[in-house]
Design a protein around this ligand. Sequence first.
Ligand code: XMP
Length: 525
Amino acid sequence: MSTDTAQRPVLVVDFGAQYAQLIARRVREAGVFSELVPHTITADEVAAKRPVAIILSGGPSSVYAEGAPAFDPQVFSLGIPTLGICYGFQVMAQALGGEVAHTGQREYGATDATVAGDGGVLLGGTPASQNVWMSHGDSVAKAPEGYEVLASTASTPVAAFGNAEACFYGVQWHPEVKHSDHGQRVIENFLHQAAGLPADWTSGNVIEEQVARIREQVGSARVISALSGGVDSAVSTALVHRAIGDQLTAVFVDHGLLRQGEREQVEKDYVESTGVRLITVDAEDTFLGHLAGVTDPEAKRKIIGREFIRAFEKVQRDLVEEAKAEGEPIKFLVQGTLYPDVVESGGGSGTANIKSHHNVGGLPEDLDFSLIEPLRTLFKDEVRQIGRELGIPEAIVGRQPFPGPGLGIRIIGEVTKDRLETLRAADAIARAELTAAGLDQEIWQCPVVLLADVRSVGVQGDGRTYGHPVVLRPVSSEDAMTADWTRLPYDVLAKISNRITNEVSEVNRVTLDVTSKPPATIEWE
Ligand code: XMP
């Protein structure tokens, strides 16, 4: 499944736009393994990866712009089926002898494209007129010699081209975004029809392959893993357990900043469904002790991160001793690193820098273990699918993002046990109502924030109160880098508000955050 195994990838060349990851995901959705590479890759390096096809992603608006990302034209001589998208389409046109006109005019957003003739292999089976998503400045004015024009728009005469013999194709629009009506079909046409690739990349294969690989890597040694309650650690741990059983011990640090029911979910449901041997560290008092009196958000994050490491190291020392006594040292640590994490931390120049929040809740850096990272080549939706196949409960594999420092960064002001209880109750109501309304798929996540240092007057029951407001922060997002506030139905908001103010006595006001990201972040902190 990665390039050091038999699986040969479709290489997705990243020209610096955030679309490259999306393309790589769409390729996998079509059942074909993909790998992202930076545009600085040389023809020799491409050849060494033995790709079955190449897709050139979008990028800046002009190949003529100063510092526009270059690409080794020798790659086009390797005889590998290639699809150019947007900027990649223009790079291809230029390298193959076509003409790219520096128009200075931008075509942006939904555009009507007209397919020429039967659209060739690339656009075959899609309607003669279709809505596509455009975002470009320059245009291809002339297709390279021997290339057929496959589509046009009102302002772009060459909006797609192809050469069936060379198996080179290009589209000016973005087939990978959902706004392009037949986008996935275009990608599938390229992969299955033009390049002749079968749809045989499935999560079932990944499990088998990883299990074999982990067994080989680990031998009879012992392994530890840190569970956070989140998807990535839950799935990587279960996968390693599937391979080596009780040679693995999982550690779960309860820092007291979890949401209602989360500890039970891990200790009971997860353990029951996977059989993983689990040690829970009850560290609530320690964490709250160190957080007492602290209001600065960065300081809170630092304390939580530091205490997490301390708590983990303590168990780890015990486990190391225990393992030594049994004659099998602990040699490995499981990490739920995903493909986007790999790509974002050093995927080469031109790679979009998607997420860079301080990753509190991480493990010590100087651990004397080798890493097992069975999810390193996978995207989140693939990880969830594997989790389901491993039998992990939906409440865990389908979980929305939740920050490592937990509710600690959702209380604005000092974190105390009472305040945590208040927030936990309000959060549980909001989550339950969103689930009941069937809205979990609509939102990326919905933090509930307690403004613990703010009080306002209210009337509850038969008297005036002086309680705290909570903020609902429902957001929609693709990758958490940008987000918009979700337009939740008023009746759902009303129900959440009524229930919180009735059932959580400390709270007498519920407010809604209607800010996008940027300028605001998702979490309040
Ligand atoms: P912001 O607030 O930066 O959050 O817009 C972006 C996404 O990251 C999550 N988040 C974290 N996740 N450890 C994590 O694992 C953290 O320290 C952390 N801080 C924020 C946040 O919930 C949102 O999904």
